[in-house]
Design a protein around this ligand. Structure first.
Ligand code: FES
Ligand code: FES
Length: 208
């Protein structure tokens, strides 16, 4: 992972970095699979139709202040580990390609798209999901402001928007409307609630 950004933009879980890691895995797979496929073809079997053997590894993820042992294949994204292994479905899967921000979580205080990073890369990291934003059951001021300002319609983008806004406010770099819009630009809202979301962030900002 690169250095933390200070301009309020998303933490640099970059596409280039992700692709580099993915390539190192995907280059190896065909080399492993090819002999099996060739053998299956020669023997006239349907082995090619079966899933290749996979190897799970057990890792410990610190999520919302609690440690969880999780068995994952190395290719499993943090997003899928949170949703499918830990049942933390508040973090949404939108595009699964780093384009919408629905999967935003905080890792060591920085916002990242959890669909663009692998779970095995985050042992020892402090991960906060939307479920950890208000652990005592009382709404976080950002959540209260979203409700007050109608910051959502369908609500699908809302967990990512709220996590992003909480991190943004902690970063303290976006104090006025334009800067907040820019710093939140990695979170898309198909319902078009952007003005209301910015109103909510501005209100919490003013309370500080
Ligand atoms: S689901 Fe991760 S950015 Fe869209
Ligand atoms: S509230 Fe529907 S996508 Fe944002």
């Amino acid at each position: 992972m690169g250095e933390p950004t200070r301009d309020g933009t998303k933490a640099p879980c970059t596409r280039r970095g992700f692709v580099a890691r993915a390539v190192s895995t995907s280059v190896a797979l065909p080399l492993i699979l090819r002999p099996r496929e060739a053998a299956a073809s020669e023997e006239g079997t349907n082995e090619m139709l079966t899933a290749p053997n996979t190897t799970e590894t057990t890792i410990v993820l610190n999520v919302n202040g609690a440690e969880h042992q999780v068995a994952v294949e190395p290719r499993v994204t943090l997003l899928d580990a949170l949703r499918d292994r830990l049942g933390l479905t508040g973090t949404k899967k939108g595009c699964d390609h780093g384009q919408c921000g629905a999967c935003t979580v905080m890792v060591n205080g920085r916002r990242i798209d959890s669909c663009l990073t692998l779970a095995v890369m985050h042992e020892g990291d402090r991960i906060v999901t939307i479920e950890g934003i208000a652990p005592e059951g009382e709404l976080h001021p950002v959540q209260t402001a979203f409700i007050k300002h109608d910051g959502f319609q369908c609500g699908y983008c809302t967990p990512g928007q709220i996590v992003s806004a909480v991190a943004l406010l902690a970063e303290g770099v976006a104090a006025e409307r334009g800067a907040i819009q820019k710093a939140m630009s990695g979170n898309l809202c198909r319902c078009g609630c952007y003005p209301h979301i910015v109103d909510a962030v501005l209100e919490v900002q003013a309370q500080r």
